[in-house]
Design a protein around this ligand. Structure first.
Ligand SMILES: [Zn+2]
Ligand SMILES: [Zn+2]
Length: 352
């Protein structure tokens, strides 16, 4: 059996991430062998490494990390695998909307029950692969997070079909990769965008925001709620800060008839006092909508590619600026420390 290097954890053991030697997967009939080029690292990987979640494939001890995968088929075509595979039982999964699974018994590559992509090869069903144009090679590792942004925007636009919506201003809460991708996508659509993030002063993050013509608000200098001073309100808010407090505070910043998309998966169990009468009253009297999104399906991945094209046409090289660190198997141990600085850390699996 051919073996390959991989980077994975032993769930649920905390801080168990290490370089492993595991058998190279053999594609089953109908499956394609995908050579992995790069894998993006995000907060989910860090939380799996902390033992907060993550499940190894049935009967196995380790889970290979990595769900933001860019790979290549034998034909040379670039591909990105979708993360979630459906339960095959509920009507949503059977329709290809596995991101909306109604049974909860789905699996997720690199997260829940299936190995991730920080290894030389994965075997994958062609129905799970998204073809990527060669022109997107430099930033295609961002397609998985971009698909979540595309889904959030798509759902908001669908929800707002409930009336004649005339949006002008958007607020993005969070300066991580998802927040910055949302900033770029909304600017590419021509929205006026304010991006609120923790980091003070000028940084790689504020530079991305400014280059796309959005304005940067540091919540280190003035609170998120200070954005409401002077009656400022936002027609669309995309929340990706990782903080439940910011999610609830965002509700106070919605304009009349506005819509708030929540994407932060807050792992804790913190209790917080909220002005429940006021929040409820404002939602009712303002015809406001608050909704959550997780994961994405084929339509969102394909729309993500369309956003990439739009963004690169307006601000060439902007997406590449999000890829601030690279690691490989030689220095994999530095991965989670590096990830705390910069924007997106990429695990370089293949040399080319
Ligand atoms: Zn991720
Ligand atoms: Zn399902």
């Amino acid at each position: 059996m051919t073996r390959m290097k991989a980077f994975g954890v032993r769930p649920p053991e905390p801080r168990s991430a290490r370089v492993l030697e595991l058998p190279r997967p053999e594609p089953r009939p109908g499956e394609a062998l995908v050579e992995v080029l790069e894998v993006g690292i995000c907060g989910t990987d860090a939380e799996i490494n902390e033992g907060l979640y993550g499940t190894a494939p049935q009967g196995e001890e380790f889970l290979i990390l990595g769900h933001e995968i860019l790979g290549r088929l034998e034909s040379g075509e670039l591909v990105v695998p979708m993360v979630r595979r459906g339960c095959l039982v509920c009507s949503h999964c059977r329709r290809g909307e596995q991101d909306m699974c109604g049974s909860g018994s789905f699996s997720e590559r690199g997260i829940k029950g299936i190995h991730g992509g920080i290894c030389a090869y994965i075997a994958e069903a062609p129905s799970m692969l998204i073809g990527v144009p060669a022109a997107a090679r430099a930033h295609a590792v961002l397609l998985e997070p971009m698909s979540v942004v595309a889904k959030g925007i798509r759902h908001a636009l669908l929800i707002q079909k409930r009336f004649q919506w005339e949006p002008r201003r958007a607020l993005v809460v969070g300066g991580g990769p998802i927040g910055l991708l949302a900033t770029l996508a909304l600017r590419a659509l021509g929205w006026e965008v304010v991006t609120a993030a923790r980091k003070r002063g000028t940084s790689a993050k504020s530079a991305v925001v400014a280059a796309a013509g959005a304005s940067y608000h540091s919540v280190g200098d003035a609170s998120l709620l200070s954005l409401a001073e002077g009656g400022a309100a936002f027609d669309f808010i995309f929340e990706a800060s990782g903080s439940a407090e910011a999610a609830f505070d965002s509700m106070h910043l919605l304009a009349l008839n506005g819509v708030l998309c929540l994407t932060s998966i807050t792992g804790g169990s913190a209790l917080k006092t909220v002005p429940s009468d006021r929040l409820n009253r404002d939602l009712v009297l303002g015809n406001k909508v608050v909704f959550g999104v997780v994961n994405a399906n084929r339509q969102d991945f394909v729309e993500g590619l369309a956003y990439f094209e739009l963004i690169e046409k307006k601000w060439p090289g902007a997406l590449g600026k999000l890829l601030t660190h690279r690691v490989g198997f030689d220095n994999a141990g530095a991965l989670f420390d590096l990830q705390k600085t910069g924007i997106k850390t990429v695990f370089q699996v293949s040399r080319d």
